[in-house]
Design a protein around this ligand. Structure first.
Ligand SMILES: [Zn+2]
Length: 207
């Protein structure tokens, strides 16, 4: 069974306030007598379900093409998060046995929002939680929230902590209808140079 846990990218997809909206335009058009439809598109690499490249917040950080591919594919655990907003702490996960979990996907109320709605609040990570998860061998943290840091954060301590521990993130997952448990995650970034993130087609597979 395959679960598509990706937001649809369209002209109505909600984007971070101030970021570029997605748009598509025709170069050639079948109905105008051309042999093909040929389109261009403009989008922020943070549109919909995406990964942050380290270059997003580190001057010499990797672009998507240089991010560690193996982190984005393999066994993953989906865990429900009940908080509507605020920082998640190790205590919120201490009841779980995360032994052997390399990829942790956090499923919150934000997944229930349609693709064109921006969450007025959302749960995010904390430096303490990242340190705690890194010590347990987690390499990837996926959220349905639009950021691993608070909306108004300028220090981006969680983003920097991910880089420090060589961990990677996925933001704006869409986990509606996915029950907690173990899956195989496939969410490979595009091999993009020079930009700060990449949309991914994120799927969960069961045996
Ligand atoms: Zn991002």
């Amino acid at each position: 069974m395959l679960y598509d846990i990706t937001r649809t990218i369209s002209s109505t997809t909600a984007v971070w306030p101030g970021d570029a909206a997605f748009s598509a335009a025709y170069v050639y058009r079948l109905e105008r007598g051309y042999a093909v439809n040929l389109t261009t598109m403009t989008l922020s690499p943070h549109t919909g379900t995406h990964i942050d490249a380290y270059f997003h917040y580190e001057p010499d950080g990797a672009h998507p093409a240089g991010m560690p591919l193996e982190a984005y594919i393999g066994p993953a655990r989906v865990v429900t998060v009940k908080q509507r907003g605020g920082a998640l702490l190790p205590d919120d996960f201490s009841h779980l046995d995360l032994t052997g979990v390399e990829r942790l996907l956090l499923h919150s109320w934000v997944s229930d929002l349609p693709d064109d709605r921006w969450p007025p609040e959302f749960p995010y990570l904390s430096e303490e939680l990242i340190v705690w998860l890194a010590a347990r061998g987690v390499r990837l943290i996926g959220l349905d929230s639009p950021s691993v840091d608070a909306f108004d954060s300028t220090e981006l301590r969680c983003h920097h902590a991910l880089n420090r521990y060589k961990m990677v993130n996925i933001e704006l997952l869409q986990l509606r209808g996915v029950t907690d448990g173990d899956y195989e995650l496939i969410a490979l970034p595009l091999k993009l140079d020079a930009v700060c993130g990449s949309p991914v087609r994120a799927v969960l597979r069961t045996a």
